[in-house]
Ligand binder design. Structure first.
Ligand code: HEC
Ligand code: HEC
Ligand code: HEC
Ligand code: HEC
Ligand code: HEC
Length: 404
């Protein structure tokens, strides 16, 4: 399967990719305190160590541990780790601190420190006195986050408790609006040539719906957030996304919620309608993501007598591949960080309903449709040396059976 898919995407050449920060001159940061090293630890609690939070906020810590935020460090995420190594080899070791602005934001200057290893940690989102993204959202990651100078931890509620071992305060507006905090890292990025790479934030602005990022990615779940909470529910910190399909405890319902599928089969005409329910593009985020729409027609005996592609979807049915492709100045496919132009973007737009039509043999009695997710296209898997790893494979996340 892997070999044949590799052949299928050979035409795309190196479609490896990375979220990239553009080369715009950095604006001076207005952080209250630029580095957490300057923070005064309060009464002995280390805000940069999530394990100390567990005694009082256990449920949240447990959820976060399973999230990609907890695994954002290069030693914890094989895809990021391999891409970072590849790019540092081409662009120089100084790239490491740039990546760490978002992947280890509490200590980006020292990407291998114990603090940076915690990835997008509790303190990243809660030890804040403000989020300042600058004009056009140019300040990203740690550069946009204004650290609290005394380790004060703010959340969605006005907290006056004397019981907390850390300073608390009023509800933080960048948390309660459900997106300002997220957009510091998930807004929009372009590569050095100005081609858009990761654009979840701008995609979301184009959506008609009024759901915020936290509305979908931090749903309300049963049970208190930990021993000190007086509430019966809390907002999940699992931050679900496509990686859940590869997780030890997968949550397939979240990924299935990305789309609604409807289909009809009449005579030789098969029609499939895919509605994007995410309020950003689908797939969103990292530019190497791809979704394959596979349809298989079965006859009365249950034998597969037709399929929209076998081993070469990009050649056999390019409309059934939802992805992005970048070209270099010579018009050849290239890694997104090095592309001069985004030449193909067949992902579902926010709110879009896409209709795909096929002609199938009359003998087809029913059609099994599956949407299949890939974190990376096969040539990138090879370039990154990730062959054989589970994350290099393809996983179905939504399905529909269309009957006559
Ligand atoms: C402005 C913040 C930011 C910076 C800077 C950044 N990233 Fe990311 N990165 C993200 C986000 C957010 C994601 C999650 C996917 C998405 O939304 O694009 C991500 C995901 C990735 C992934 C996919 C990981 C996976 O498990 O699938 C790779 C690879 C990656 N980044 C590489 C890099 C490299 C290499 C650098 C440095 C050159 C870098 N990133 C710099 C924010 C950033
Ligand atoms: C990526 C940012 C992010 C990270 C990382 C993060 N949080 Fe949160 N946290 C939030 C947001 C946003 C909310 C508020 C959600 C809402 O109510 O709208 C929240 C809410 C909370 C709450 C209030 C829960 C309640 O009872 O309603 C607590 C406590 C909390 N977080 C603790 C933690 C701890 C401990 C960690 C680390 C294990 C952590 N957070 C990591 C963003 C984050
Ligand atoms: C000894 C218990 C204790 C420890 C340890 C602790 N906290 Fe708290 N925390 C509290 C109490 C008590 C409150 C106020 C009651 C509440 O909001 O649930 C609170 C409130 C918070 C809030 C505000 C929640 C809201 O609803 O707005 C955040 C955010 C928070 N803590 C984060 C953390 C993080 C991150 C850590 C670890 C670095 C941590 N806490 C460690 C007891 C603790
Ligand atoms: C209506 C629900 C909804 C809203 C609102 C929403 N998302 Fe999503 N998001 C999803 C679903 C479902 C997926 C999984 C399908 C996919 O990957 O596109 C997803 C995927 C993602 C991913 C994974 C991308 C990757 O490359 O791994 C990121 C990051 C993300 N969303 C961030 C955000 C941010 C930031 C916002 C706010 C600006 C937001 N989302 C708003 C539902 C939503
Ligand atoms: C300091 C930067 C930063 C902030 C702030 C941040 N994220 Fe992320 N987020 C990341 C990075 C980096 C990744 C990718 C980690 C990796 O794959 O290595 C990521 C990954 C994700 C994913 C993808 C999970 C998956 O399965 O692929 C989702 C969903 C997500 N973030 C949602 C949010 C939401 C919602 C908020 C706001 C409450 C938020 N993030 C705030 C940096 C950030």
């Amino acid at each position: 399967m892997r070999t044949s898919l590799l052949a299928a995407f050979a035409a795309l050449a190196l479609l490896a990719s990375a979220c990239d920060e553009d080369e715009a001159p950095a604006e001076p940061s207005e952080s209250v305190d630029e580095s957490p090293e300057g923070a005064e630890p309060h009464a002995g609690i280390d805000v940069d160590d999530p394990s100390v939070c567990a005694g009082c906020h256990a449920e949240v810590v447990r959820e976060w541990r399973g999230s990609m935020h907890a695994s954002a460090h290069h030693d914890a995420d094989p895809i990021y780790g391999a891409m970072r190594t590849l790019r540092m080899g081409r662009e120089g070791a100084e790239l490491a601190t740039k990546c760490a602005n978002c992947h280890g934001p509490r200590d980006p200057a020292n990407p291998d420190s114990a603090v940076a290893r915690q990835g997008v940690s509790c303190a990243t989102c809660h030890a804040l006195e403000g989020v300042e993204r600058g004009e056009g959202g140019r300040r990203r990651g740690a550069k946009a986050l204004q650290w609290s100078p005394n380790g004060r931890l703010r959340g969605p509620h006005d907290v006056t408790s004397d019981a907390a071992p850390h300073p608390v305060g009023e509800a933080a507006p960048w948390i309660t609006d459900g997106e300002t905090l997220c957009l510091a890292c998930h807004g929009e990025m372009t590569n050095a040539q100005g081609a858009p790479t990761c654009t979840t934030g701008t995609e979301h602005q184009a959506a008609a719906g009024d759901g915020t990022c936290t509305h979908c990615h931090m749903p309300e779940v049963a049970g208190p957030s930990g021993a000190v909470s007086t509430r019966g529910t809390h907002r999940s910190h699992a931050f679900l996304g496509p990686h859940t399909l590869w997780a030890e405890e997968p949550e397939p319902a979240f990924m299935a919620s990305a789309v609604a599928l409807e289909g009809t089969l009449e005579g030789e005409a098969l029609e499939l309608r895919i509605t994007n329910q995410t309020q950003h593009a689908m797939p969103s985020g990292f530019p190497g993501r791809m979704v394959l729409v596979r349809a298989r027609g079965l006859d009365a005996e249950g034998e597969v007598v037709w399929q929209n592609f076998t081993d070469a979807p990009m050649q056999q049915d390019p409309d059934a591949v939802l992805n992005k492709v970048y070209h270099d100045a010579e018009g050849q496919p290239i890694l997104p960080p090095y592309g001069v132009e985004l030449v193909r973007d067949t992902r579902l737009r926010p709110d879009e309903t896409r209709t795909l039509r096929w002609t199938v043999p009359e003998g087809v009695q029913k059609v099994e449709v599956a949407l299949i997710y890939r974190l990376l296209p096969p040539p990138a898997v090879e370039a990154l040396g990730l062959e054989g790893r589970p994350e290099a494979g393809a996983r179905p996340f939504a399905s529909l059976t269309v009957e006559r």
